[in-house]
Design a binder for this molecule. Structure first.
Ligand code: PEP
Ligand code: MG
Length: 887
């Protein structure tokens, strides 16, 4: 097996094998861009190592051959005492995992070659600094020594000297630090730092392999749904130095602004520094535009390369580069992460520039991003007390209590608090806290710092580099420039779109994208974003095959969903019409004894239902409205048995209990169920309580007749819930048809309505061929179907044990959120095929929560459903994803 590739041997499409970084280094090499020479050890080698705990036997030889070739190209030998070749050992997985895995720079330095480096560079300080960096990174990464040991040694050295910055330490100080670091290594590991350059390189490679399974990397992958068996590649690259003096430096650049998507010059530059200094956010950088004043030749060359890359990749690229004594080197590029707003703006801008077509633009945005743009933002901030303005690292409006560490963030969030994680700078160990927080605020680091990159990836609001704030982790306070002190637990508001930080709670308002869908947008500064959304959603509408309906049970929601583009109602839950005061009417019905009481209860409900339907038919005039007959688990309408027992017992004690009390208690006891979700609900209720479904059908029919007489176009469909056997459906269907005919005759209005069923029990899915005989349509109730297929109580499990299941990787996401394609999806496929086998024109839809979940929408498209139905706010998301599924 070939485990090692020279850069010239690969290309950008080999991310599986070479990792993202390796594939793109290869691509840039072949584009003729200035990439330092090097080679990539493949993910396959890493997989073999992780599986067996040892390198594949042929690896050492292949690395040796490529190292020899590299030495030949460079005219230097690795770690040579007189003129050493130095290399970096860099991780690079298929998917970028910012800051999660390891890198070791300056490999090849030892007690001898450090002198060679000093002579060759003519810079003793630089050579010693490079050596101490190697010892530090090697110590932390390869030898697992707590980084604090090295940090405090540096602090001590600076203190002894009265120096503020690392830069103020001179060659002698650094030589002493090298000694100290070597001693730390011996003390902590019982062994000397390995002097053999090749051994350094091999050990560093192995450490990178092992970092794939570091806890923070595992957590990150779970969050980002990255498979755990991919492994990482390792890139061995000839070192170029950004820390050779003021004519050297290192930076990060974006071909467009990853926060807004707009064109311009975006990035950070740090003079006289090595790569990790920028990304780690430990020193404050200058804006990339400043580089024009520092080194115009490199700046112009960089802009040229950025344009080349964007035209080659046809997308936003981000770039890491180093300037070594006026020579520009490209260390990395990739198609860059971006915010939701940037994704929409860039996709449409690239269409306008003629670089991609509309289908491709649609592929470049996601329903999750659109949902993100529909989040509220801060309204007027005129009255708010502004603490400072930092960098707008990841947009959104977050209000929460200040917490200063990850553990507190996790604890408070678990207790239901909204928290904002405030740190000087974040590091990968803060990941848990960042996940738990609603927003992240740091006082140091640029837009490419760890906090910024990770927050953007998670779609979490982040303000970084708020330098005026003094964050004191010890006293757990933030002090603003004007002396205002904010303590842990105080409320602050952070605006990730502007970088503003406010004391207290700032009220939030609707997003312009929501206003656009509502049709209430005034022309304003966000217009180009709204135009981009408009263009892509319209394209999605023009290519999608799936219809998009909404779940709504009142006129207001129906009207809003319609404005959002809903093409009808896929689920009108009639039990929602009986909440609040009307609950007692249903209670009366359930407890009724004898026909007379029951008829009276039904007669009282009829006009209420009819009124509701008239309102909905009016809001959805001309569109299908699927009305589902009553489906409450009984307990939702009856008093709690325990509460009631206590109440009656107390009343009894006082001699105040009435006949009525006892009657109610008896009935509730009789109807009490151990498993209400598996009990008397859905079609079972319709069969057990005579006249209930007939009353509902009558209300639907009378409402439709009335709307028709008023010149409207009501299009009701009647849906029977929780059917498990065709016999149940046939009984209800007969009754429904009878009532429709009666109302038709009485009103003189022709009432034709489809009668169909939900498929939400495994038995229904497995006997769909029979059920289709009596059904004009199926609508998959994936909430119940998931509950019943897995045997998970939908009301209990998410709180009870899903977090453990997610931690243990049993599933990556709750099956109630995103459809379990293998299990529940298989049921849907079987039912669709067998239903259509019986009745080829059978209409198929889905109305469970999954109807608005992006991944699930793609499955529903594939399996051939006619429409999805989801809550009003998810309607635009479903439209977009249905379009994406179709291209
Ligand atoms: C379902 O079960 O998926 C469904 C839509 O019905 P409900 O959520 O009302 O049970
Ligand atoms: Mg259901």
């Amino acid at each position: 097996t070939k485990y090692v590739y020279a850069f010239a041997e690969g290309n950008k499409d080999q991310k599986d094998l070479l990792g993202g970084k390796g594939a793109n280094l290869a691509e840039m090499t072949n584009l003729g861009l200035p990439v330092p020479p090097g080679f990539t050890i493949t993910t396959r080698a890493c997989q073999a190592f992780l599986e067996t705990g040892a390198n594949p036997p042929e690896l050492a030889g292949q690395v040796g051959e490529h190292l020899a070739a590299l030495e030949k190209t460079m005219g230097k030998t690795l770690g040579d005492a007189a003129d050493p070749l130095l290399v970096s050992v860099r991780s690079g997985a298929k998917f970028s995992m910012p800051g999660m895995m390891e890198t070791v720079l300056n490999v090849g330095l030892n007690d001898e070659s450090v002198h060679g480096l000093a002579n060759q560079s003519g810079d003793e300080r630089f050579a010693q600094d490079s050596y101490r960096r190697l010892l530090q990174m090697f110590g932390k990464t390869v030898l697992d020594i707590d980084g604090e040991h090295f940090e405090s040694a540096i602090d001590a050295a600076k203190k002894a000297k009265g120096a503020k910055n690392d830069i103020d330490l001179d060659a002698d100080d650094l030589r002493d630090l090298v000694k100290t670091f070597k001693k730390i290594i011996v003390d902590e590991t019982g062994q000397d730092f390995p002097q053999d350059p090749r051994a350094q390189m091999d050990l560093a490679t192995q450490a990178v392999f092992e970092s794939w399974n570091a806890p923070r990397a595992i957590l990150y992958r779970r969050q980002e749904r990255i498979p755990s068996d991919l492994g990482t590649a390792v890139n061995i690259v000839a070192m170029v130095f950004g820390n050779l003096g003021p004519d050297s430096g290192t930076g990060v650049a974006f071909t467009r602004d990853p926060a807004t998507g707009r064109t311009g010059i975006y990035g950070d530059y740090l003079q006289n520094a090595q790569g990790e200094d920028v990304v780690a956010g430990v020193r404050n950088t200058v804006a990339l535009a400043e580089l024009e004043n520092i080194d115009k030749k490199s700046f112009d060359q960089l802009l040229g390369i950025m344009s080349t890359l964007e035209h080659h990749y046809l997308d936003l690229c981000d770039i890491e580069f180093t300037i070594e004594r006026g020579n520009l080197w490209m260390l990395q590029t990739r198609v860059g992460k971006r915010t939701a707003a940037a994704a929409f703006r860039i996709a449409v801008a690239l269409v306008e520039e003629g670089l991609i077509d509309q289908d491709e633009a649609l592929r470049r945005v996601t329903g999750d991003q659109l949902a993100n743009l529909m989040f509220p933002r801060f309204g007027s901030t005129a009255d708010a007390k502004k603490l400072t303005k930092g960098m707008n690292a990841s947009p959104g409006a977050a209000v929460g209590k200040v917490v200063f560490d990850s553990a507190t963030a996790v604890r408070e969030a678990a207790a239901g608090e909204k928290v904002i994680l405030v740190r000087r700078e974040t590091n990968p160990d803060d990941l848990n806290g960042m996940i738990a927080a609603v927003g992240v605020l740091t006082s140091r680091g640029g837009k490419t710092s760890h906090a910024a990159v990770v927050a953007r990836g998670m779609g979490k609001t982040c303000v970084c580099g708020a330098e005026e704030l003094e964050v004191d982790q010890k006293s757990r306070t933030i002090t603003a420039a004007d002396g205002t002190v904010v303590s842990e637990g105080d409320l602050i508001s952070i605006d990730g779109s502007t970088g503003d930080v406010f004391l207290g709670e700032v009220p939030v308002t609707d997003s312009p994208v929501v206003e656009y869908f509502e049709g209430t947008l005034e022309p304003g500064e966000n217009d180009d974003l709204v135009q981009a959304v408009d263009r892509l959603i319209k394209h999605a509408d023009s290519v999608r095959r799936l219809g998009v309906r909404t779940n709504a049970d009142n006129g207001e929601d129906s009207a809003r969903a319609r404005r959002f583009g809903a093409e009808g109602i896929g689920l009108c839950r009639t039990e929602h019409m009986f909440l609040g005061e009307r609950r007692h009417q249903v209670e009366r019905l359930i407890l009724a004894e004898g026909k007379e009481e029951r008829d009276a209860a039904l007669a009282a409900l009829l006009p209420l239902q009819r009124g509701d339907f008239i309102e909905i038919f009016e809001a959805m005039d001309g569109k299908e409205v699927t009305v589902r007959l009553l489906d409450p688990p009984l307990h939702e309408f009856l008093p709690d048995l325990t509460d009631l027992s206590v109440r009656v017992a107390v009343a009894q004690e006082r001699g105040e209990a009435t006949e009525e009390d006892h009657r109610l208690l008896d009935a509730v006891r009789r109807l009490h169920e151990q498993n209400p979700m598996l009990g008397l609900r859905g079609v079972r209720l319709g069969i057990v309580i005579p006249g209930l479904f007939a009353m509902q059908v009558r209300a639907i029919a009378e409402a439709a007749a009335q709307r028709k007489k008023a010149g409207g176009d009501p299009r009701a469909e009647i849906m029977i819930p929780l059917v498990g056997a065709v016999q149940e459906l046939e009984l209800v269907r007969d009754e429904t048809e009878r009532v429709l005919a009666e109302v038709g005759a009485a009103t003189g209005v022709e009432l034709h309505m489809l009668i169909g069923t939900m498929i939400e029990l495994p038995r229904a899915a497995l006997t769909a061929g029979q059920i289709a005989v009596a059904a004009d349509f199926f609508s998959f109730g994936t909430n119940d179907l998931t509950q019943m297929v897995w045997g998970f109580s939908r009301d209990d499990v998410e709180a009870a044990f899903f977090s453990r299941y997610l931690d243990r990787g049993i599933f990556g996401v709750s099956p109630f959120e995103s459809l379990d394609v293998e299990g529940v999806g298989r049921m849907i496929r079987i039912a669709s095929e067998e239903g259509r086998g019986t009745r080829p024109d059978l209409k198929l839809g889905v109305c469970g929560e999954h109807g608005g979940d992006p991944a699930s929408v793609h499955f529903f498209h594939q399996v051939g459903l006619d429409y999805v139905s989801c809550s009003p706010f998810r309607v635009p998301v479903a439209r977009l994803e249905a379009g994406r599924a179709a291209i």
